[in-house]
Ligand binder design. Structure first.
Ligand SMILES: [Fe+2]
Length: 483
């Protein structure tokens, strides 16, 4: 694979400054409703970053908004996984990104530097990477591989140079984080070895202070000074701003509430302060866009918050100084079959089992990374967040299967039984990630074990749900060959 001619600087130079925009979902809220509302009041976004959706929906949006720059927020490429290349359908995931970015003419494809699947375990929301040198090397190798395949896909279509630039987003923490070096050093190591751009999400940055760094730094601002001195700012192509809030399963606000990244919640003042601090940094030389992330947010709140963002003088100032001095980089080659890769794969498996409460941290392979980990946060994740995720998130089991759930309750079966079953063993990853299908598969298997008399009923009900889901998410475009 020849990556020698690629460089971040060359790729980024092809992307025009996009301005101040919105990161959105096609359906929630309805994207065209939102856009026309903002246009009516004379405050349209300069660009939209659109979350993964079926190609036909993206094509529809592209046709409805001619002339508006569109970029892409990807999902389903598990760049953390040391076995991405050997044991996941990564080629199909990259080809999906290629089709979607082609449909909307996106200059970049943003993906969280986080995972929902690794070690054969699946989650519904993102877990951050383990912060180790080996993990950074793996992410760098995987992202370089994805970029190369995107380049090849567009070249095959007779459009060399039109491939989107892959951006890696600083991930959020949900109550804990594992590893050492710091997250800023982790990204610096990725940037040394891979051609990617980066997305700096200001709310995610706050969660790193809240759940990992608040003992070292008294305030988010103090943490941000240290972070900005190390994070590879010259690679930051986009900045995200979104809300923070309590998880649905959190009952009370403690002295320092356990806020997490929540796109349906308002953006607090502390994040606007952090945004100004980030934008004032002279190292930000490749910035192309600043986006308010608003999927699942009410349109009136979006209107107010977007007005605040548009009127923030620091945004225009930062975008004006862009595209100066972005450096080229060496691209590392990476052997993904050695013992170091196997050790990292074992660590990620242990990670999945520890956070899901199957293994005890101190007795697992992850113990070497346990120093400074928020034990209370880990407990909160395993006992409150994760059960809610498996039961309710992305398809509510209780609502979808009311009579079956009632029967299980009568037998004394609980959601924690479902969690334990889910993580009891790893499973090979064959299909492209779709949490709804994964959830239905696990659910049927679980019923087969705890209440076989309900198996026929659950199979009937899941078949109907699968058919409906397939119709709504039909990717009728031609699948690329897995070569
Ligand atoms: Fe984000």
């Amino acid at each position: 694979m020849d990556l020698s001619g690629k460089s971040f600087a060359a790729q980024a130079a092809r992307i025009p400054v996009q301005g101040i925009g919105l990161s959105v979902d096609v359906f929630s809220p309805d994207l065209l409703d939102l856009h026309w509302t903002l246009e009516r009041i004379g405050s349209p976004p300069d660009y939209l970053e659109i979350f993964k959706a079926p190609t036909r929906e993206l094509t529809r949006v592209r046709a409805a908004l001619p002339g508006l720059p569109l970029t892409y927020h990807a999902e389903g490429l598990w760049l953390l996984d040391p076995a991405m290349r050997s044991a996941t359908p990564w080629r199909q995931a990259v080809d999906t990104i290629a089709r979607h970015t082609e449909a909307i003419g996106a200059g970049w494809a943003n993906h969280e530097c986080a995972g929902k699947q690794f070690g054969g375990y699946s989650f519904g929301t993102y877990l951050p990477p383990l912060l180790t040198d080996a993990a950074a090397k793996t992410v760098a190798a995987n992202v370089a591989l994805a970029q190369a395949r995107l380049d090849e896909w567009f070249a095959r279509k007779g459009r060399p140079g039109f491939a989107p630039l892959v951006l890696l987003e600083l991930p959020p923490l949900t109550y804990f984080g594992f590893g050492d070096p710091s997250v800023a050093e982790f990204f610096a190591r990725i940037a040394e070895q891979a051609p990617c751009g980066l997305v700096l999400d200001v709310g995610h940055l706050w969660t790193h202070w809240r759940y990992c760094e608040r003992r070292r730094f008294r305030s988010p601002e103090a943490f941000a000074v240290d972070f900005l001195a190390t994070f590879p700012l010259e690679r930051v192509v986009q900045i995200h701003l979104a809300g923070l809030g309590l998880h649905e399963n959190e009952e009370s606000a403690a002295r320092l509430p356990c806020l997490i990244d929540k796109h349906d919640e308002p953006v607090p003042d502390v994040l606007f302060d952090l945004l100004r601090q980030v934008l004032a940094h002279a190292g930000l030389t490749a910035l192309k866009g600043i986006a308010l992330e608003v999927d699942t947010k009410a349109i009136p709140v979006i209107v107010d918050e977007f007005a605040l963002l548009r009127n923030e003088p620091a945004c225009r100032r930062a975008l004006r100084r862009t595209s100066r001095g972005a450096a080229s980089f060496p691209v590392a080659t990476h052997d993904s079959s050695g013992p170091a890769t196997q050790r990292l794969a074992d660590l990620y498996s242990a990670y999945a089992r520890v956070v899901s409460g199957q293994d005890v941290l101190g007795e697992s392979a992850l113990a070497s990374l346990a120093e400074g980990v928020d034990a209370e946060g880990l407990h909160r994740y395993g006992t409150r967040y994760l059960p809610h995720e498996l039961l309710r998130w992305g398809g509510d089991i209780v609502e979808l299967f009311p009579s079956i759930w009632k029967s299980l309750e009568k037998q004394g079966v609980t959601v924690m039984d479902f969690v334990r079953f889910w993580f009891r063993q790893s499973r090979p990853v064959i299909e492209q990630y779709d949490f709804f299908y994964i959830k239905l598969d696990r659910w049927v298997e679980f019923i087969g074990e705890v209440s076989p008399d309900l198996l026929e009923q659950v199979r009937r009900e899941t078949d109907a749900l699968r058919a409906l889901h397939a119709e709504l998410n039909d990717e009728s475009a031609v699948q690329e060959s897995p070569a």
